[in-house]
Design a protein around this ligand. Sequence first.
Ligand SMILES: Cc1ncc(COP(=O)(O)O)c(C=O)c1O
Length: 407
Amino acid sequence: MSRPGWREHVDAARAQREATSRVRVRRTVALRDGARCLVEGRSLLNFCGNDYLGLSQHFAVVGALQDAASREGAGGVGSHLVCGHHQLHEALEREIADWLGTPRALLFGSGYLANLAVVQALLGDEDVCVQDRLNHASLIDAARLAGCRLRRYPHADAEGAIRQLRSMPEGVAMLATDGVFSMDGDIAPLRELALVARVQKALLYVDDAHGIGVVGPDGRGSVAANKLGVADVPLQLATLGKALGGYGAVVAGDADLIGHLTETARTYIYTTALPPAQAAASLAAVKLARADHWRRGKLDELIGRFRERAQRAGLELLDSQTPIQPVLCGDENTALALAAELEQSGYWVAAIRPPTVPEGRARLRVTLSALHGVADVDGLVEALAKARDRVRLGMLDTGPRQAAFAR
Ligand SMILES: Cc1ncc(COP(=O)(O)O)c(C=O)c1O
């Protein structure tokens, strides 16, 4: 028998990653203090996290976590349908449903699991899931695992979406899109997509992992920012690990659909509930996100300042008004060289390469937080421009790299 060995298989894949500068390595954070991190002995200003509102270390959030943990312990103890469902989970679901103006909400272990749940519970072999080409990997994986037909349309192209749906009139249909795109920072054309979904009798599902807390009235996300409600978007995803500074995710929407997910979604049923203390932390964070308008105001100011200064410095930005501000580099070795140079100057910015982004679209994914100050943003732009100039002058090594921190 000539079955290939699994070790050779892994070695070949690794060699391929090395040959194409796509080795991925982790960095270890020793200490986090606001926007500053101690990373392998060096203090860096973090411009690659998703703690947009600066809530992950807020005393009320950490206090709620500690308080609940001292009463309830560290674990989730069981799955929700057995004995793991706690009144703190229930309270968090109610708070988020109230915030987003939806009849119900359901808590999941993570956004990834929630996306798998929604697609698997609603679509089978005969059905179709139409998605934006730049959707998050978890939505793409969700459709693949559900076994439904997956069709993708060009980024933010509602005409493309309707063409795909028209070409497959059989089976139940879902139109799924990121609300705020995780690597580009732009917002999906949700009003047009809602119209497409209505005409094509498709369920519009919006993954608003990066919109919740940040965009829209009271931080209610991209669905509310587009003046849409549950009739247009029957299900939407809010993650708790980004602007809300915690961990987990909530799917909010139509009561019958949420009931269906509760009883049939495999990643809800066959997994341990989040620790109640984590739910308590998120509950405190949601209350802050709803009330602290100044955090969004500060973010908007930083976004405007970053864009204005970066454009003046001739850096190539994308059309994003959110805290995700990619700086295009084109080639991945340039992105890696720039990230390494920024680190030397004390700034932590992630280089994002294919396959996370399309070929030729490697970038630095700068993310802003209410924890940053204007001087931090000014310093970053200056360091970016200096690093770019050094690349242009051939002063930085932009050759293939064996290993680098990047996604
Ligand atoms: C658009 C989007 N959806 C879903 C997820 C997954 O969420 P989580 O990190 O909670 O698993 C992420 C990021 O991780 C994301 O960027």
